[in-house]
Design a protein around this ligand. Structure first.
Ligand SMILES: *[C@@H]1O[C@H](CO)[C@@H](O)[C@H](O)[C@H]1NC(C)=O
Ligand SMILES: *[C@@H]1O[C@H](CO)[C@@H](O)[C@H](O)[C@H]1NC(C)=O
Ligand SMILES: *[C@@H]1O[C@H](CO)[C@@H](O)[C@H](O)[C@H]1NC(C)=O
Ligand SMILES: *[C@@H]1O[C@H](CO)[C@@H](O)[C@H](O)[C@H]1NC(C)=O
Ligand SMILES: *[C@@H]1O[C@H](CO)[C@@H](O)[C@H](O)[C@H]1NC(C)=O
Length: 599
């Protein structure tokens, strides 16, 4: 598993001379943010950086009307609303998401008063939601009352695969800003957040023993699908059409997020299609979309399993649907920068894909309250993306209920970001057929950062009351009862064959589930577009209003560890009738979803 080099955007060119003048604000008028939690393990403080090292500081500006945007998003996404599926235009979104004139001028006048020239400040983001400027570390320390130091990150688990050399970044344990800016600023980056590198949600081979029981849940599929879930199995299980929808202009498009120097190989895709979709032209390919100078080099050995999986289970499942491989560059930045770059592209482009699948994430266990502002920044950027009518699908994580990860409290259960953001659809995993069973690793649970959106209230309460009257442990006191619950739905994620670097490999993980569900949604969208109807866009209120469009999963649970693993004793969340935090509402039924969508 590759590890990301953690590095902040540093600019070493000689920029405009920058003089800090004016009085330093007195401490009475400052608000100070100090790290409250220990630095996560894996980070080590190095020598102080040379004081003339140039660093780029980014300040997040508060949206003019965040609540207004959220209201419009729910109006457009909630079945029965007068504005249902009337997605917002870019300019409309900007009127809510861009900072107010007051906010912009308050922050710029402060910077000017500190000697930072207008020309040195960049306003960035799709809705002008950031302001950034470069300055030497010594000046940043003065300006922000900070103490920036160089920290390296080293993950003992993945050190063997460090590709980009030792990772490092600048962090401070506290900083201060003038008190009158508090209401205008959402984040300051780099600041007090320490973010471990992300991991693609993919694992090795896992074989589930054959189920012989005949309860009908998903549609029937050949017995071979119990041990190898090739595209034809998904067509059978979920009713995904093997023929394309009528061509339209614009077409229904799937975006596949590529982070982390994961390259999708055309040769591998061709070999995959030849073997698993002989009915499709084997030269069917994807389009490369480069974000932040992202690339996608081709050649022997360059394939990434995650990128190949994501492309093969979209091109190979969403028959006839164009696929954009969105390669996000700047791998020297943190995960959050990568997600913000992605959101910015999706917000700004004139021809966005209507469905985007992302198979990268971080367990909330590793994220402390000191990182909350960054999580909310990314989640709000996703809210603005979904308001355009784009469905954001994210794999729910491969640590199950994530018990035994927090060493200080091994019983405590967690969920994973960005699936925990209420504006994305979190996709869990099942394995087996007849019946499909919750995968032990299927990420799910309750967020410590995002409160539960109202669209979930009823089903979460029902689940918790079913759980307490079942024979399973209630997990009471071990999770955050007020948090956003995940996953929303699920799809096959075990024994999924791919081709990578010319070889076959079996994959396991919610990484498989998200592109599969994206393919299905893209198929519904294609037919909606052909009928002159609006696309599904932000899915969750629609999903929670249409549980009948999913095959309910009632077997298995998600402890996060393989059954009978001696290292950890946690039961996770059992899959029960209705929504549950192992599989959400269950797996998709294409025909029922099409009907629910108005086809
Ligand atoms: C931080 O430390 C790394 C590793 O020693 C080094 O390569 C890098 O140049 C340092 N950066 C700064 C700004 O000091
Ligand atoms: C795929 O192959 C067919 C038949 O060989 C050819 O007509 C078509 O142009 C090719 N498509 C692409 C995208 O290369
Ligand atoms: C992309 O590359 C160009 C040319 O090397 C560079 O000027 C630009 O800053 C890069 N953009 C990003 C977002 O890294
Ligand atoms: C529980 O979640 C809420 C957000 O829903 C958060 O404010 C609170 O800090 C969380 N509690 C813990 C113990 O993390
Ligand atoms: C699945 O759950 C149902 C209902 O609890 C039960 O009857 C059945 O035996 C279970 N099947 C498997 C394979 O666990």
């Amino acid at each position: 598993m590759p590890t990301m080099r953690l590095l902040l955007p540093l600019v070493f060119s000689s920029v405009l001379p920058l003089v800090l003048c004016g009085p330093s604000p007195s401490s009475a008028s400052l608000f100070k943010r100090t790290r409250k939690t220990p630095i996560p393990s894996g980070f080590t403080k190095l020598n102080p950086p040379p004081s003339n090292t140039m660093m780029e500081v980014r300040i997040g500006l508060k949206a003019a009307d965040r609540a207004g945007l959220e209201r419009r998003l729910y109006a457009a996404s909630t079945p029965g609303s007068a504005e249902y599926r009337q997605w917002l235009e870019k300019e409309e979104i900007k009127s809510y998401a861009a900072p107010s004139v007051d906010t912009r001028s308050a922050v710029s006048s402060w910077l000017h008063s500190q000697g930072i020239a207008e020309t040195a400040i960049t306003i960035a983001g799709a809705w002008d939601e950031y302001l950034s400027f470069s300055l030497p570390v010594s000046k940043a320390n003065l300006l922000l009352n900070a103490d920036y130091n160089n920290y390296t990150y080293h993950d003992s688990e993945t050190s063997s695969s460090l590709k980009q050399g030792e990772s490092w970044a600048l962090h401070t344990l506290s900083y201060s800003l003038p008190a009158e800016l508090k209401e205008h600023i959402t984040t300051l980056h780099p600041g007090i957040s320490f973010i471990p590198p992300l991991k693609p949600k993919i694992s090795g081979f896992h074989s589930r023993s054959k189920m012989t029981e005949k309860t009908r849940r998903a549609n029937p599929a050949p017995e071979s699908c119990a041990t190898e879930v090739a595209p034809h199995c998904l067509q059978d299980l979920y009713g995904i059409p093997s023929t394309p929808a009528p061509a339209t202009q614009p077409p229904s498009v799937i975006g596949v997020t590529g982070l982390h120097s994961q390259w999708a190989q055309e040769a591998d895709l061709q070999q995959f299609l030849t073997k698993y979709r002989p009915d499709l032209p084997s030269n069917t390919s994807f389009r490369l979309v480069s974000v932040a100078n992202g690339t996608n080099p081709q050649g022997p050995g360059l394939g990434g399993s995650e990128a190949n999986l994501d492309v093969q289970y979209t091109v190979g499942v969403a028959t006839g649907t164009p696929v954009d491989f969105i390669s996000v560059g700047d791998i020297f930045e943190s995960f959050f920068d990568g997600l913000l770059d992605l959101a910015e592209y999706l917000s700004a482009t004139d021809e966005p894909p209507q469905v985007v699948t992302t198979s990268y994430g971080l367990t909330e266990v590793f994220l402390s309250e000191d990182t909350a502002d960054l999580l909310h920044e990314v989640c709000d950027a996703f809210m603005a993306v979904t308001a355009r009518g784009i469905s954001l699908l994210v794999s729910s994580g491969d640590d199950g209920a994530a018990g035994c990860i927090d060493e200080t409290n091994p019983q405590r259960l967690f969920t994973e970001f960005p699936g925990s953001c209420p504006y994305v659809t979190s996709v869990g995993s099942v394995g087996g057929i007849m019946p499909e069973v919750a995968s032990y690793f299927s990420g799910g649970g309750f967020s410590n950062f995002f409160t539960r959106p109202s669209y979930q209230d009823t089903v979460v309460s029902s689940y918790l009351s079913s759980l307490s009257s079942s024979s399973f442990p209630s997990n009471e006191g071990l999770y955050n009862l007020t948090g956003r619950a995940t996953p929303d739905i699920s799809a096959q994620g075990e024994n999924v064959p791919i081709i990578t670097n010319g070889r076959e490999a079996m994959q396991l993980g919610t990484s498989c589930s998200s592109p599969i569900f994206a393919s299905l949604i893209a198929g519904v969208n294609a037919r909606l577009i052909a009928d002159g109807k609006g696309v599904l866009g932000f899915l969750n209120p629609f999903i929670y209003s249409n549980p009948q469009a999913f095959f309910d999963i009632v077997n298995g649970s998600n402890p996060g560890f393989p059954p009978n693993d001696p290292d950890c004793v946690t039961t996770g969340w059992p899959a029960l009738e209705g929504w549950d935090p192992a599989t959400g509402f269950g797996t998709p039924d294409f025909n029922a979803l099409s009907t629910a969508a108005g086809l």
